[in-house]
Design a protein around this ligand. Structure first.
Ligand code: AVJ
Ligand code: FE
Length: 442
């Protein structure tokens, strides 16, 4: 729990809102109006939609729901309602032009900072520990990751730059870590800004298993490619093979082969695939096929969370792999500090109690699990954040859970309990994976 005075809490909230807005501006001020309103991929919104949607959600939740203010521009609400218009359709809508979208988001923010100065942060559950403000800081940061994905899909000259992470230390790591059987408390009741799908805390009791110490690297993945992995249905699930054929998958997204060498395009620059980086831009189905080829499987999300949070000495669950303190630069590659994952084996100080590395940051990790509610789940504060993505009772899930967060995720939207989800065919997201296996005799 955060031991902050009321004044410190207000300052921390304002700082997180500001970090998000600086990033939003960095991602939208670097391209011209034509690029802001263009659709770079049918999978994504034009950047100018994200910009005004960020402002609109902030107005809805903070100015209207918390502050009781009247709508500023009620006529634009439907344009920025993500459920009314699929992404592919958004460029054809009468969206606010860039200058107006910027002005709207800035005006909302000014009023939100006034509201923050005066509102009680103890009364209602929506405001306790500043939750509603935390929700909005996380929401903006989630869209900042979405906008970075749009930048990755955009063609043309590079506009974003960031320093590369330091190379991984040269220590020899075991290929896998054994996680002992036993009870583990998954999810949370105490994380102040946890979203509804991370709650409530509940006990799971898993058999022992082994999990990769680090994410699967490009070099690992190239062995699967070189072994004809994409040509052999036996490594793929039925749904996976069907998709592999229908979409004609032959390698991770953004990879091309030239003169016998794999190249990869990232943020407008093309270079040889770096062998020691975690593999990125694969579908769930490719991850699943690789794991089967390797004689392994994807971890379930309960296994992932146990590997990340379980402290075998105290038996309790940590907030982060390294402990309870918030992420620092020594722990994890987060927050778009680097516009790429760090080499596998990086961040020894961010290892979990069991010795598993890079669980937080670098790449989102596909898990074997469908996105379903925890026992005792209660939609809060709105059904459309998580509940509408859960399967109907008796139906198969449509979404797979991803854990851990990528280099593009901000610390405010990332923790040991955080759950992300997407369709198993998606791979424009910053997703990789690690593998696991049952232990013999367990
Ligand atoms: C949790 C990343 C799946 O981007 O669709 C943003 C987050 N929800 N605005 C998404 C979200 C509403 C969501 N994911
Ligand atoms: Fe949104």
């Amino acid at each position: 729990t955060l031991e902050l005075t009321d004044e410190q809490l207000r300052e921390a909230i304002a700082a997180r809102l500001l970090t998000a807005r600086d990033r939003t501006r960095g991602l939208t001020d670097c391209v011209d109006d034509g690029e802001l309103t263009a659709q770079h991929s049918r999978l994504m919104s034009p950047l100018v939609w994200d910009l005004a949607h960020i402002g609109n959600q902030e107005e809805l939740w903070l100015l209207r729901n918390v502050g009781g203010r009247d709508p500023m521009h009620p006529e634009i609400d439907p344009l920025y309602d993500a459920f009314e218009h699929p992404r592919a359709e958004r460029p054809t809508l009468p969206l606010l032009p860039p200058a107006e979208a910027r002005a709207y988001a800035a005006e909302v923010r000014g009023r939100v900072l006034d509201l923050l100065a005066g509102v009680s942060l103890t009364g209602t559950p929506l405001l306790a520990a500043g939750f509603a403000f935390g929700l909005i800081a996380q929401h903006e940061q989630q869209h900042d990751e979405t906008m970075l994905i749009t930048h990755q899909l955009r063609r043309g000259e590079a506009v974003l730059t960031a320093p590369a992470p330091a190379p991984a230390p040269a220590d020899r790591l075991p290929a896998e870590v054994v996680v002992p059987a036993g009870p583990f408390t998954m999810g949370t009741d105490t994380e102040p800004w946890a979203l509804d799908n991370e709650r409530p805390a509940h006990q799971v009791d898993l058999p022992a298993f082994a999990i990769d110490t680090v994410p699967v690297s490009n070099a690992d993945y190239q062995r699967f490619l070189a072994d004809g992995g994409y040509q052999q249905p036996r490594w793929w699930s039925a749904a996976g093979w069907e998709h592999r054929q229908a979409a004609d998958l032959t390698a991770p997204l953004f990879w091309t082969r030239q003169d016998g060498v794999w190249l990869r395009r990232r943020f407008g620059r093309t270079e040889p695939v770096p062998p020691n980086e975690p593999v990125l831009h694969v579908t769930f189905y490719e991850a699943e096929a690789y794991a089967r080829w390797a004689g392994r499987r994807l971890p379930t999300e309960a296994e992932w969370e146990t590997a990340a949070r379980f402290d075998p000495v105290s038996g309790r669950s940590r907030r982060f792999p390294w402990g309870d303190e918030p992420p620092g630069a020594q722990h994890a590659n987060l927050g778009q500090r680097h516009l790429q994952p760090a080499e596998v084996g990086s961040y020894p100080e961010g290892a979990s109690a069991l010795g598993v590395r890079q669980l937080i940051g670098d790449v989102w990790e596909w898990t074997a699990s469908d996105f379903t509610p925890y026992p005792g789940f209660r939609a809060w504060p709105y059904r459309e954040y998580s509940e509408v993505f859960f399967p109907e009772p008796g139906q198969a899930g449509e979404y797979k859970v991803l854990r851990g967060g990528s280099f593009a995720v901000d610390p405010v939207a990332c923790r040991g309990t955080f759950r992300n989800w997407d369709y198993p065919v998606r791979r424009q997201i910053f997703a990789g994976f690690r593998t696991a296996r049952d232990l013999d005799g367990s």
